[in-house]
Design a protein around this ligand. Structure first.
Ligand code: MG
Length: 348
């Protein structure tokens, strides 16, 4: 009998713990904006349930008014000078979700169309997708630096383009097995966390995060989408991130969790209107797709979708997309694109 009672108690304890965890993971507190552009009302709080919000850290910098995050006078001075502030927000609910920390930035992101594809590696001698290549893209002043995220057999998130790293299939090998070999420049195989830590040391270059599809199954693909968003949120990196993917289900899963994440589809087989209906906010298609469907450029602009294209490396094609006023052009030749962009903007 005692044993039975103990099992019942244990089960109900686990169930109530699960109920709490469900609240944390399924209904995370989300803000609709993370950039300060001169308005003291910085963001609205978006939450799936009823909640009373409370600032637990950073009370002198921000306050909650209704469902808005408003900078205090001190917060406003600080964000103008230090360019970023952090605060934590909690909800007071029956099953109490924990406090979540957010980072707000002064909007100092570069205003140019240059996205370095896998970082700026070609003329810097850095390996593709290395932290070194990211740092070089930052140094060049690129508006964005793109990188690819894969997930290992033990659910670690790492940066690599191909499904294999140094001859080992990533989805079938553990992180410790894969990390035995460094990149060509001696850098350890970067984890997503390390990559974000490096990217968040600056605030001029956005981090264009490609979520690679899974070769195994849909569940693994959606799991990697959730784990990536969870990490981005836990690090307060939302202001830096633009998500891209060839896998539409991955983007839809990110949208389900975060209604304000920036999402661009890569695969080229959906019209701007279809993307808009699914609440995507941009299209990042191969340049040949836009050549075949030039009307999609106008359709995207009319529907306020961001326009991005890959991977454009030659002068005439770069000039074409500059003349079409693309928001972003993803390239292995960021230095060349800067030259062409400067020419295009000074001849006006
Ligand atoms: Mg990529």
């Amino acid at each position: 009998m005692k044993k039975f009672l103990f099992s019942v108690l244990l089960c109900s304890a686990i169930l109530s713990l699960n109920a709490q965890l469900k609240t944390i993971t399924d209904l995370p507190v989300i803000l609709d904006n993370y950039l300060y552009t001169g308005n003291r009302v910085v963001a609205n709080i978006i939450y799936g349930g009823e909640g009373v919000y409370e600032i637990t850290e950073g009370k002198k910098l921000v306050e909650v008014k209704g469902n808005q995050i408003v900078l205090t006078e001190k917060g406003e001075k600080l964000i103008s000078k230090k360019k970023r502030i952090a605060f934590s927000l909690a909800t007071r609910e029956a099953n109490g979700a924990p406090a979540k920390t957010f980072i707000l930035l002064a909007d100092e992101f570069q205003k140019n169309p240059v996205v370095a594809h896998r970082g700026a590696w070609k003329h810097s001698g850095m390996p593709e997708n290395s932290i070194g290549a990211l740092k070089h893209a930052v140094k060049l002043g690129c508006a964005g630096s793109e990188f690819d995220v894969q997930m290992t057999s033990d659910d670690s998130l790492i940066i690599n383009h191909d499904a294999s790293y140094k001859g080992k299939n990533i989805e079938s090998n553990s992180f410790s097995e894969l990390a035995k070999t460094n990149l060509e420049n001696g850098e350890p195989l970067p984890t997503l966390r390390q990559y974000l830590v490096a990217g968040m040391q600056q605030q001029g270059t956005k981090l264009v995060l490609e979520v690679k599809p899974s070769d195994k199954n849909r569940d693994r693909a959606l799991l990697r989408a959730r784990k990536i968003v969870e990490l981005v949120h836990s690090m307060g990196a939302q202001a830096w991130i633009m998500y891209i993917s060839f896998d539409y289900d991955i983007l839809k899963e990110i949208r389900r969790i975060d209604p304000y994440a920036h999402l661009q589809f890569l695969n080229g087989n959906k019209s701007p209107l279809e993307l808009k209906a699914d609440k995507m906010d941009g299209l990042d298609y191969h340049f040949s797709v836009f050549r075949k469907n030039e009307n999609w450029i106008r359709e995207a602009i009319d529907n306020k979708l961001a326009l991005n294209t890959w991977t454009v490396n030659d002068t005439p094609t770069l000039q074409y997309f500059l003349s079409q006023k693309f928001d972003f052009i993803t390239t292995n030749e960021p230095e060349l694109l800067f030259e062409e962009w400067k020419k295009a903007t000074t001849t006006k």
